[in-house]
Write a protein that binds this ligand. Structure first.
Ligand SMILES: Cc1cc2nc3c(=O)[nH]c(=O)nc-3n(C[C@H](O)[C@H](O)[C@H](O)COP(=O)(O)OP(=O)(O)OC[C@H]3O[C@@H](n4cnc5c(N)ncnc54)[C@H](O)[C@@H]3O)c2cc1C
Length: 378
């Protein structure tokens, strides 16, 4: 999940202050439910107007996890008295279902502990910038908030949990982690989202056209399968995908298939394979994108080794996400240097090891008292 960072102030000085949670997504709201369960006061600040604002941006995508895997036990306890009925644990929600049938009711159950339209733009120790050593452990956290109505506010907190996710900062097409040359200039033809091809505007954008899909994870599989469906549907004739892989194709390229621990995730890989097998997608392997060049009205992808592909009309970049740490700049964070994730979390989500990690609660274990920072000396 996100680069969730936790920082804790000394309890004695800050006891009456809330634990401030940044983001009302699945992680932030579950964190708030756990705080309530432990008798601590959470205050969740959410930039968007509703719960699960990021998840709602991919409302049309069906999760590969079942309902049974994407609700939290502490959250369920909070929801039970509201008459909430847990959806069938064996079925698969879409992003929209997840937000509407679970995250929003959970935010409603938390009531005024969740504030919307409140973007956190900075976190520090009150009266101590990151350079000052003296006495910082006893200082509460100060959180700068920009409200949707233009107001600014400073809030104090005994601890801060960053559950702001990574959705707003997708990784670029460039294989080195930097945008490819020309990538920004081609913004009108490049998207970093799985398109909703049931939406008429998105359909019109991709139908009958040639689209490069860069990436090799579940989102890329979903995009390839959707483009293949479009190609086979009325009005979608001529739709073609060019699938750009940085690596070669091996036994694991399409995921675990029927042996995948998560059957729906395995099915996504098989759907992508079917798109290739049926000729709806041409796989280009070992292609590390260096540049996206204009060719009249079309785009040409150029690799680090100089290869140039035939022009495409659109580019879908699905190369993952990175945390935005800018608003945590004034804190002293101990993060894994590769993944920019908390140290205890990093091995569980390392893409060098897992296609999609399994994450156990970390902060509660490494932070047994309210005084210790699990991931930050802050
Ligand atoms: C297409 C797609 C399919 C997926 N399918 C699955 C799946 O099947 N199974 C699974 O386990 N995972 C899946 N995931 C991953 C899963 O959605 C994420 O791991 C999960 O949403 C992370 O939750 P989060 O609360 O950390 O972050 P988010 O869901 O990103 O929520 C973060 C929230 O913080 C808010 N925010 C951001 N910055 C600020 C700020 N500065 N101030 C205030 N608020 C802020 C955002 O508006 C947002 O509401 C999928 C992801 C995608 C994109």
């Amino acid at each position: 999940m996100s680069a969730t960072a936790t920082a804790t102030a000394t309890a004695t000085v800050t006891d009456p202050l809330p634990v401030l949670v940044i983001g009302a997504g699945p992680v932030g709201l579950a964190a708030a439910a756990h705080l309530v369960e432990r008798g601590l006061e959470p205050l969740v600040l959410e930039a968007g107007p509703v719960a699960g604002a990021a998840v709602r941006e991919w409302s049309h995508v069906r999760l590969f996890s079942t309902w049974g895997e994407v609700t939290d036990p502490a959250a369920e306890k909070l929801l039970a008295p509201t008459g909430w009925v847990k959806p069938d644990a064996k079925t698969y929600p879409t992003g929209g279902d997840w937000a509407e049938k679970y995250l929003q009711p959970l935010a409603d159950a938390l009531g005024d502990k969740v504030r919307f339209g409140a973007t956190v733009t900075g976190v520090s120790r009150a009266g101590r910038d990151r350079i000052v050593d003296a006495d910082r452990e006893t200082r509460p956290f100060v959180v700068h908030v920009a409200h949707a109505d233009g107001r600014e506010e400073r809030l104090f907190a005994r601890a801060v949990i960053d559950a702001s996710g990574t959705w707003a900062t997708p990784s670029p097409a460039g294989a080195s982690g930097l945008p490819a040359l020309g990538e920004k200039a081609a913004a009108d033809r490049v998207t970093y989202r799985v398109p909703d091809l049931k939406d008429p505007a998105a359909r019109a954008r991709f139908a009958g056209r040639r689209t490069a899909v860069i990436g090799s994870g579940a989102s890329a599989f979903t995009a390839l399968a959707s483009l293949a469906d479009l190609a086979e549907s009325e009005g979608g004739e001529g739709t073609k995908a060019v699938w750009i892989l940085r690596r070669g194709i091996s036994g694991s390229t399409f995921g675990g298939g029927t042996a995948d621990q998560l059957p729906a995730r395995g099915a996504l890989g098989l759907a992508a394979k079917a798109a290739v097998d049926k000729g709806h997608a041409d796989a280009v392997t070992g292609f590390r994108t260096e540049a996206i060049a204009r060719d009249g009205d079309r785009l040409v992808l150029v690799a680090e080794d100089g290869r140039r592909l035939d022009p495409v009309d659109e580019v879908i970049v699905l190369t993952g996400f990175r945390p935005d740490l800018a608003f945590l700049d004034e804190l002293r964070l101990a993060l894994d240097e590769r993944l920019q994730a908390p140290l205890a979390l990093a091995p569980l989500i390392d893409p060098n090891q897992h296609s999609c990690g399994t994450v156990y609660p970390t902060a509660s274990r490494s932070c047994p008292t309210r005084r210790r920072a699990s991931t930050s000396s802050a």
